[in-house]
Design a protein around this ligand. Structure first.
Ligand code: CTP
Ligand code: MG
Length: 218
């Protein structure tokens, strides 16, 4: 089984507010995307890596990552994943989709996702328990209800799929979801879970960047 990875890295980074694409933002001297791809490459089972880059930065990203195949991403995350999927070499049968913004994902999380796919799962996501109490809140700011926390999980990447399952879900889906497993769930596929890691957190805000810097400093 050949494992390929699609890395959506074409987002604007609006919440980080740095005025340029988040995947190219510096973390300890290197772009977030370079950290993320290094973590993926450190996994023995990983084969081809396709990066969906901001369209204006395709050449720059290709120069940063000579061993990856770099394509132009799209307006929504789902468009970027679709562009990456379309560029995956034919020999790939298991696909991971990993956010460039989850730059510090540990190797053992990646390997756990691959292992579940090799065991026959059609779709796999890394998850963490939710620490905060979660409430549904109405448009007027009042609480509608408290959601039972024991049943909830926060979902990370890499999310793993049998290639044919993810491709079929992309062909039939419309609208934009914030993750890929949502697409295959909608198609009725059972999505399995493995243990995620706090280190697989997504750099979204300036605070997250401070956390990532602190992690790298040890
Ligand atoms: N992404 C992408 N193409 C898009 C939007 C997002 O490839 N059109 C990627 C981002 O580069 C990131 C991942 O999807 O690696 C998760 O998205 P998010 O954290 O929302 O990143 P941004 O969209 O860049 O950030 P923001 O929503 O704050 O603008
Ligand atoms: Mg976004």
């Amino acid at each position: 089984m050949t494992v390929g990875v699609v890395v959506p890295a074409a987002g604007a980074g609006t919440r980080l507010g740095a005025g340029r694409p988040k995947a190219l933002h510096d973390l300890a001297g290197e772009p977030l995307l370079v950290h993320a791809v290094r973590q993926l490459r450190a996994c023995p089972s990983i084969g081809p890596v396709v990066v969906a880059a901001p369209p204006a930065d395709v050449a720059a990203v290709q120069a940063l990552l000579p061993d990856a195949l770099v394509v132009a991403g799209g307006a929504e995350r789902q468009d970027s994943v679709a562009a990456g999927l379309a560029a995956l070499p034919a020999e790939v049968d298991l696909v991971l989709v990993h956010d460039a913004a989850r730059a510090l994902v540990p190797v053992d999380v990646v390997e756990a996702v691959v292992a579940a796919l090799r065991d026959g799962a059609q779709a796999v996501v890394p998850v963490l328990p939710v620490a905060d109490t979660v409430k549904q809140v109405a448009a007027d700011g009042t609480v509608v209800r408290t959601v039972p926390r024991a049943d909830l999980r926060a979902v990370q990447t890499p999310q793993g799929f049998q290639r044919s399952v993810l491709e079929a879900a992309h062909r039939t889906s419309s609208g934009s979801l914030t993750d890929d497993a949502g697409l295959v769930e909608a198609a009725g596929v059972t999505v399995h879970t493995v243990a995620g890691s706090p280190l697989a957190f997504k750099v979204t805000t300036p605070f997250d960047l401070l956390v990532a810097e602190a992690v790298l400093r040890g």
